[in-house]
Design a protein around this ligand. Structure first.
Ligand SMILES: CC(C)(COP(=O)(O)OP(=O)(O)OC[C@H]1O[C@@H](n2cnc3c(N)ncnc32)[C@H](O)[C@@H]1OP(=O)(O)O)[C@@H](O)C(=O)NCCC(=O)NCCS
Length: 182
């Protein structure tokens, strides 16, 4: 049914329940998506030289690129890409070999490089760049290129993070229903 899902070395992406995969995205290889995750038009994700894991209710929005770094003798694990639950990845972001916790908002056009860690409950401003290996502390807004800690998140912003994920779960359910009618 999904032409967007392609094998690499015999491994195809694995989808949880009620996942929405837009027809105009490409997912290759060792990628797993949790229940209710969504992947929007023009996303390119390659789980070829390492794996990609995407948590429950997480949305990967239009034009985002996801990739990983290979395993080498110097770095036997390489850099997989690990994204937690209830994460909102804005349009045209680039995530490469990094780790993102739960209830995170990655702003549009942000770039996150190998080995960086975005802890739980963080907002990363639009257009920010997270250098390799940098760790972003839980509960803060980060902006800039390279990224800097801007301020603690407000209670309203902390409450918005899971709500943002839920908004996309509702939206992808509408898209799934539409496709079933077509
Ligand atoms: C950073 C953000 C959360 C706003 O935070 P805020 O604290 O309300 O910021 P303000 O709008 O009050 O601006 C405060 C300062 O930060 C600057 N600023 C705002 N967004 C910025 C960004 N993404 N990068 C760098 N600086 C930014 C403003 O210009 C302002 O600078 P000044 O004090 O020199 O005038 C918001 O601009 C943003 O980037 N949101 C991401 C939205 C997104 O991409 N969502 C995903 C799509 S679903």
């Amino acid at each position: 049914m999904f032409t967007s899902l392609r094998k690499y070395k015999g491994t195809a992406p694995k989808l949880g329940a009620k996942v929405y995969i837009d027809e105009a995205c490409v997912l290759v290889g060792d990628i797993e998506l949790g229940d209710d995750a969504s992947v929007w038009p023009m996303v390119a994700a390659r789980g070829d030289v390492n794996h990609i894991r995407i948590g429950k209710r997480t949305s990967i929005q239009d034009g985002t690129v996801l990739h990983v770094t290979r395993k080498t003798p110097a770095k036997p694990e390489g850099h997989p890409l690990l994204i937690g639950d209830d994460v909102t990845i804005g349009h045209k972001a680039m995530l490469h070999g990094c780790t993102v916790g739960n209830r995170v908002l990655i702003g549009m056009g942000a770039i996150i490089l190998d080995g960086a860690v975005v802890s739980d409950d963080v907002i990363l401003g639009a257009g920010s760049l997270v250098p390799p290996g940098k760790v972003l502390e839980s509960g803060y807004l980060y902006v800039g290129s390279p990224v800097k800690q801007a301020r603690p998140l407000t209670e309203a912003e902390l409450a918005f993070l899971p709500q943002s994920a839920l908004n996309y779960v509702i939206l992808k359910d509408e898209y799934l229903a539409e496709n079933q009618q077509a």
